[in-house]
Design a protein around this ligand. Sequence first.
Ligand SMILES: [Zn+2]
Length: 504
Amino acid sequence: MSEAIPGMPPPPPPAAPRPAAVAVLYRRVGEGVEVFWVKREKALRFAGGFYAFPGGKVDKADAAVPMRGASGEEAAMRVAAARELFEETGVLMAEGAEALSPERLKEMRRALLAEERTWGAQLAEAGLTLRAQDFQPAGRWITPPYMPVRFDTRFFLVEAPRQAVAELWPGELTEAVWVTPKAALERWSEGTALLHSPGVHVLQVLAKFDTPEAVLARLEAPPHCPDFIATLVEFQQGVRIIPLVTPTLPPATHTNGYVLGPEELLIVDPGAEDEREFEKLRDLLSTLEAEGKRPVAIVLTHHHWDHVGGVKMLKERLKLPLWCHARTADRLDVPTERLLVDGEVLELAGNPPQRWRVLHTPGHARGHICLVEERSLAAVVGDMVASVSTIVIDPPEGNMRDYLTQLARLRDLPVTTMYPAHGGPIPDGPGKLQEYLEHRAARAERILESLPPEGATLHQVVETAYSDTPAFIHPVAERSALASLEMLMEAGRARLQGGRYFKA
Ligand SMILES: [Zn+2]
């Protein structure tokens, strides 16, 4: 993504956060506790593929359900937490629930999920009473403004009753199990369980369970969370995201910077030139430096402006060296201290150390690189894929055949979680890469089919072969269409004559 496109609509304002409630269900085991965590279905728009706790948005009807010991919003939030907990785990926290048979509970849960009877009506019919004391306030988190779907979420700590059986029914969750906080954090550290900031905080607090009162106090006061919005977002240990506002290709509004590493840190793609955005990055680095970590270099995935805008300022103020591929370095007006080549490993000291392998992945840009973490095979992928917006292949810098080759290479490695420059992480890397490959192949065929016997100009090709995309995308699509045509010509399937493209 390189330049602004005329006629492009302005980026949308941040989404308004919707009220939501989460139930952190725990049970005492020996000296410590186990917590019930769930893995969200990967296709879900919010936190798809992430581990989390049962929860969801507050329904309008939740306000009408009685909650003994609370009123107004405080009651509605708890009603929602109780409902979501029951829907997702089958654990019904209410006075009188212990007298219900397992069959009755199952039937109630089924009817609730099928929306046959309302939550309030079911509780009343069964003679159950929700109690505020069962849902202890355990913090509030607002999704950061750069996320497309946002919630203002109240967390509640819930101790599971002895007889409660929590179990997963197929649906929005793919995994739901009891886990010790320590084991859960190990998975996060290995990169096999992705977590948002609240999840990390809750598990870190519960890993040191002393008394419920002390735990609740710590849950309600998370570090690095001004106005309930997390500034330290570490999806897996040692992979921190810092989205910065940049002049990028809409609908994207931000370029994700990443701060990688256990103690020694790499700063990847500081794309914002703006002073306020720079401050965000510096605040994050200060936070990390206070924990004994230190940046060692800036790394660029490629030379596009929305990835390099902050490099000069960062180099000058933090005295950091710049590392990138030679084909990126020769496009910059700042000196590069180290040229990165395919296959080399960037080892970052710490406990444990982290090793990031450099992959040269030309296609979107000649000097494009990805970084693959050797233990988890998580990959920082720059502009190879995006979870918002599309990737432009713009010749002569862009080359479709190279791009497809590199997408397939990442798929076959295979990478695991992909961290793109635009949009949130992609937990199922190979799935997304396959989708991209199929999409590009289908588009190339569509372009070929669009060529009439009398030939077509590039403009005409786009009008026909991209008739399924909005017109304002067409100037960008024209670049990628040209890249596809070049690939088809190279394969001997199309030819160019007198400014018109023909089937060969
Ligand atoms: Zn780019």
